[in-house]
Ligand binder design. Structure first.
Ligand code: NAG
Ligand code: NAG
Ligand code: NAG
Ligand code: NAG
Ligand code: NAG
Length: 746
C-alpha cells in the first residue's frame, strides 16, 4: 500500500486530483531488441479527464520496467455537447534490460461522480511478460483495445457493446471485471443491470434504476490456445496454458434479460499459483476503464429516430482495415436520426488521428484520417466511433462500432489487366518487401506466381486458380487474391500477412447470352520457372482431332457406347516443356473431388479398358473412350483431369515417370516433386457436361451449379470493351474491407 499511497500523494501534488477521470486503458507491443541487447517495448495508453490533462505518471510496481526512451502525448477527441471530457493518447517507448515479467501501474484521483461513489481513486495495472513464446518465437503482444470514455444509453434501451479485445497473436482474450482491489480497480464493482460475457467481451446494458454514470473497471487478459513455454534470456522458462473449458462455461451469461446479473458467478481473482505444475495465469493483463451514463428513458429505442443510426459507408463493427506507413488512412462515417439532430461523431483512436464532420441536421458525415508512421509498422490499431445527436438539451448516442487497422507497407504500384478470359496482376517487387515471392500464392494453393526482375506476376483465367465470381445488379465480378503463406519448412512464421485482392469487373448485358451452355475457356496459370502457360481441354468429333465440338453445343449429347474424343493441349512460352496427364475421372458435377466418380486414368496409368490413347506429344494428349460406362448412371457428366507441365529431358520429373503403380511406390512422388522448378504443380482442368442422348423425356435443367458460368460465357463476348480492373488490399483473416489502392484514382 505504501508506494501507491505515496504516488497518490505525488500525483495529487501535481494537480491530478483536480481532474475528473472518465476512464483509461493501456496496450503494449514488444518491438524487438536494441543494438545493445536491451528490449524495446512500445506502450500506448489512453486517459480521459474533464480537461485534456496530459501527464505520464506510470510507475513500475513489480519487476524491472527499464527506462523510458520516448514519450509523446496528444488529445484524441473531446466532448462536443452535454458533458466535459477529453481523451488523450500517450505513446511511450521503454528500454528494458531483463525480459522477466513486470507490472506498471498508474493511479490518481478521482473518478467522476458515478453510481457507486461521488469520487474514488482510479487504478490502472498492466502486466508485461517478454519471454519468448514457443509458438511464435516472439515475445507476447498484449490485446489491443480502446473505447470512447463516456458513453450514453437511454434507461429503457437495451444495448450491446462489443469491447475491442483484438489479439495480434491470435490468443484468446478474456474480459473480466477488475477484482484485485487497489491495483486493478478501486470500486471493483460488477454492475447490476449490465451483463459482461467474458469470452466474447460483450457488455450488454439490460436495465438500471440509477440515472447516473457507471464506472467500468475491466481487465483484459490473453491466453494461448495451446500450452506454450516462455523462455527468458537467463535460461529460465515458464509454461502458459489455455483457458480451461470449465471456466469458459462459467463465464457465459445466460441470465434472462429482466433479472439483473448480480452477483457474478466468478468472484475469485485469476489464479497465479501453479496447478498441475503449469502456470495458469494470462500472458498479459491490461486495463480498460470507461463510463457509461444511463440517461432518462426515450419514447423509442429504434435506431434512426431519436437515437442516431449508422449508415453506409460506415464500416461495420469488427472490420479489419489495412493501412500503409506514410499513407493517409481515410474512414468515412455517416449517420442519421429523424427526431434529433446528428452533429458529432465521437472517436477513440491513435495519437494524431483527426476527424472532420459535416452535418445538415438530419444526416451527418465524418471523415477520419490517420497516417501511420514507420514506428506503427506491423501494429494493430483499434479505432472506435459513436454518432451523437442532440434534441434540446438531450444528447443521444448510437451504438458503438470499432475497427482494427493493420499497418503494413505500401504496395506501391500494382496493375490488373483484364482480358476476355484472363486476369493478370503485376505487383512491383520493391513494394512487397518482407513478402518473398516464394511465399505468395493465389486463392488456389497450387497457383504460385512468376516474376521478372522488377515485378511479381500472376495470370489466371476466370475459371482457374480459385477465381471467385460475384454478381451485382449490373456486373460480374471475378475476384482472386495474392496471399502470403508459410512453407512447412520455414522456421519463423511471418506475422505481417497481407492479401492483395484484385478483381475484374465485366458488365453483364445482353440477356440473350443466357442461351449459351457451359463451356470451359482455356485454363491459364503462372508459375515460378514456367511463366505463363495455358491448358485447353476440348472434345472432338473424330480421332483425327481436326474439328472440336462447338462451344455452343454444350452440354454435348452422346449416345451409349459412342466414342468420345478428347484433347488436352498445353501452350507455354517455354519451348522445352512436356505435358503429362496424371489422372482423369468422370464426375456427375464439376468437382474432381466429388464422392461419386469413375476413374479413367489414374497415376498416369490407363484404368478404363475402353480408353485409347491416340497420341501423347510434347504439348498435346489425344485420347478417347466409350461413353457407356459412366454416363448411363447420371444426367450429366464432367471429365476432369489433373495435369502437370515438366521440363523435357529431365529424368526426375513426374512426366518422365509415366504410369506409376501407386501401391508399388507411393512415396517417391512427393519427394521429387517441385525439385528445382523442373515441373509445375498439379492443376485440375475440366470440360463438360456430357449428356446421354435419350428419347425426348426429362427436360434437363441447366440451372444448377454452372449457371454462373453459363452466364459468363456469353456476356464476356458481348462486353469485353467495358472491362475494368480493381486492386484491393486487405488484412489476412479478415472480414472483408476493401480499399482502393491509394495511387489509383477511382
Ligand atoms: C537501455 O538502458 C540501459 C540502462 O539504462 C542503457 O545503458 C542503454 O544504453 C539503453 N539502451 C538504449 C538503446 O537506449
Ligand atoms: C504525431 O504527429 C507528430 C507531428 O506530425 C509526429 O512528430 C509524431 O511522431 C506523431 N506521433 C505518433 C505517435 O504517431
Ligand atoms: C442532407 O444530406 C443528405 C445526404 O447526405 C441529403 O440526402 C439530404 O437531402 C440533405 N438534407 C437537407 C435538409 O439538406
Ligand atoms: C517485368 O514485367 C512487368 C509487367 O509485365 C513489365 O512492365 C516490366 O517491364 C518487366 N520488367 C523487365 C525488366 O522485363
Ligand atoms: C500394380 O501393382 C499391383 C501389385 O503390386 C498389381 O496387382 C497391379 O496389377 C499393378 N497395376 C498396374 C497398373 O501396373
Amino acid at each position: 500500500m505504501a508506494p501507491s499511497a505515496l504516488l497518490l500523494l505525488l500525483a495529487s501534488a501535481s494537480g491530478a486530483w483536480a481532474s475528473h477521470y472518465y476512464g483509461g486503458s493501456m496496450t503494449f507491443t514488444p518491438k524487438g531488441m536494441n543494438p545493445d541487447g536491451s528490449f524495446r517495448v512500445d506502450f500506448r495508453y489512453k486517459e480521459a479527464y474533464h480537461t485534456c490533462y496530459q501527464w505520464n505518471s506510470w510507475y513500475c510496481s513489480s519487476g524491472n520496467c527499464g527506462t523510458q526512451n520516448r514519450f509523446e502525448i496528444g488529445a484524441v477527441d473531446r466532448s462536443a455537447t452535454g458533458s466535459s471530457w477529453c481523451q488523450s493518447e500517450g505513446f511511450i517507448t521503454r528500454n528494458i534490460s531483463i525480459d522477466r515479467p513486470f507490472q506498471m501501474r498508474k493511479t490518481g484521483c478521482c473518478w467522476i461522480y458515478n453510481s457507486i461513489s461521488n469520487s474514488g481513486s482510479w487504478r490502472l495495472l498492466t502486466h508485461v511478460d517478454l519471454g519468448i513464446r514457443s509458438d511464435t518465437q516472439e515475445p507476447n503482444r498484449s490485446p489491443v483495445t480502446t473505447i470512447p470514455p463516456f458513453i450514453r444509453v437511454p434507461q429503457n434501451c437495451r444495448r450491446t457493446y462489443n469491447l475491442v479485445a483484438h489479439d495480434p497473436d491470435g490468443d484468446q482474450v478474456r474480459c473480466r471485471y477488475g477484482a484485485a482491489y487497489g491495483t486493478e480497480c478501486n470500486f471493483c464493482n460488477q454492475h447490476s443491470g449490465f451483463q459482461l460475457d467474458k469470452n466474447s467481451c460483450t457488455l450488454t446494458y439490460v436495465s438500471s434504476s440509477s440515472l447516473n454514470a457507471h464506472a467500468f473497471e475491466i481487465v483484459l487478459e490473453d491466453y494461448p490456445r495451446q500450452h506454450i513455454t516462455l523462455t527468458y534470456t537467463d535460461g529460465t522458462t515458464s509454461v502458459k496454458s489455455p483457458l480451461l473449458a470449465r471456466r469458459n462455461k462459467q463465464a457465459t451469461t445466460t441470465t434472462p434479460s429482466t433479472i439483473p446479473w448480480w452477483p457474478s458467478t466468478e468472484t475469485t481473482p485469476i489464479p497465479t499459483t501453479p496447478s498441475h505444475g503449469l502456470q495458469t495465469g494470462p500472458l498479459s493483463k491490461i486495463p480498460l476503464q470507461f463510463s457509461i451514463r444511463i440517461d432518462p428513458a426515450v419514447s423509442s429505442c429504434a435506431e434512426g429516430l431519436i437515437l442516431p443510426q449508422f449508415l453506409s459507408p460506415t464500416p461495420t463493427n469488427g472490420d479489419l482495415l489495412t493501412s500503409f506507413v506514410n499513407e493517409e488512412l481515410e474512414i468515412r462515417l455517416k449517420a442519421t436520426a429523424t427526431q434529433s439532430s446528428v452533429n458529432n461523431f465521437i472517436i477513440s483512436g491513435p495519437l494524431n488521428i483527426t476527424k472532420y464532420i459535416t452535418d445538415n441536421g438530419t444526416f451527418a458525415d465524418a471523415v477520419i484520417w490517420w497516417t501511420p508512421t514507420e514506428n506503427d509498422f506491423g501494429e494493430r490499431i483499434p479505432i472506435c466511433f459513436i454518432a451523437e445527436s442532440v434534441s434540446g438539451s438531450r444528447v443521444y448516442h448510437s451504438e458503438m462500432r470499432c475497427v482494427i487497422v493493420t499497418v503494413g507497407h505500401s504496395f506501391g504500384e500494382a496493375n490488373v489487366i483484364c482480358t476476355e478470359n484472363t486476369m493478370t496482376v503485376e505487383v512491383e517487387k520493391s513494394s512487397i518487401i518482407g513478402l518473398h515471392e516464394d511465399h505468395l500464392r493465389l486463392n488456389d494453393a497450387s497457383c504460385t506466381l512468376t516474376s521478372n526482375s522488377t515485378h511479381v506476376i500472376a495470370t489466371m483465367s476466370l475459371n482457374s486458380c480459385g477465381t471467385q465470381l460475384e454478381e451485382s445488379a449490373e456486373n460480374l465480378i471475378f475476384k482472386n487474391e495474392i496471399t502470403s503463406y508459410d512453407k512447412a519448412t520455414d522456421i519463423i512464421t511471418r506475422k505481417h500477412h497481407v492479401e492483395i485482392g484484385f478483381s475484374c469487373v465485366y458488365p453483364k448485358k445482353g440477356k440473350a447470352s443466357l442461351e449459351f451452355r457451359t463451356h470451359k475457356i482455356p485454363y491459364v496459370f503462372t508459375e515460378k520457372g514456367f511463366g505463363k502457360f495455358t491448358y485447353e481441354f476440348e472434345f472432338f468429333h473424330s480421332p483425327l482431332f481436326h474439328t472440336m465440338m462447338d462451344p455452343r453445343a454444350y452440354p454435348i449429347e452422346v449416345a451409349l457406347n459412342e466414342m468420345i474424343y478428347m484433347e488436352i493441349k498445353a501452350t507455354s512460352s517455354l519451348s522445352n516443356t512436356v505435358i503429362f496427364v496424371e489422372s482423369c475421372r468422370a464426375t456427375p458435377i464439376d468437382d474432381p473431388n466429388y464422392h461419386t466418380f469413375y476413374d479413367i486414368i489414374d497415376n498416369g496409368c490407363v484404368v478404363d479398358d475402353t480408353v485409347v490413347v491416340y497420341s501423347s506429344g510434347q504439348s498435346t494428349y489425344h485420347f478417347g473412350m466409350e461413353a457407356f460406362k459412366f454416363i448411363g448412371q447420371h444426367e450429366e457428366v464432367y471429365i476432369s483431369c489433373s495435369v502437370v507441365l515438366c521440363m523435357a529431358e529431365n529424368p526426375d520429373t513426374r512426366c518422365s515417370q509415366g504410369c506409376r503403380n501407386a501401391t508399388a511406390s507411393p512415396a517417391v512422388h512427393h519427394h521429387h516433386r517441385r525439385a528445382a522448378s523442373a515441373e509445375t504443380s498439379t492443376h485440375y482442368i475440366s470440360q463438360g457436361p456430357l449428356r446421354l442422348k435419350m428419347a425426348a423425356n426429362q427436360p434437363v435443367s441447366t440451372m444448377g451449379l454452372n449457371m454462373n458460368l453459363v452466364f459468363i460465357a456469353g456476356t464476356i463476348l458481348l462486353a469485353v470493351a467495358m472491362v475494368c480492373a480493381v486492386v484491393i488490399y486487405r488484412a489476412k483473416g479478415s472480414k472483408i474491407k476493401y480499399q482502393p489502392l491509394p495511387s489509383s484514382d477511382f
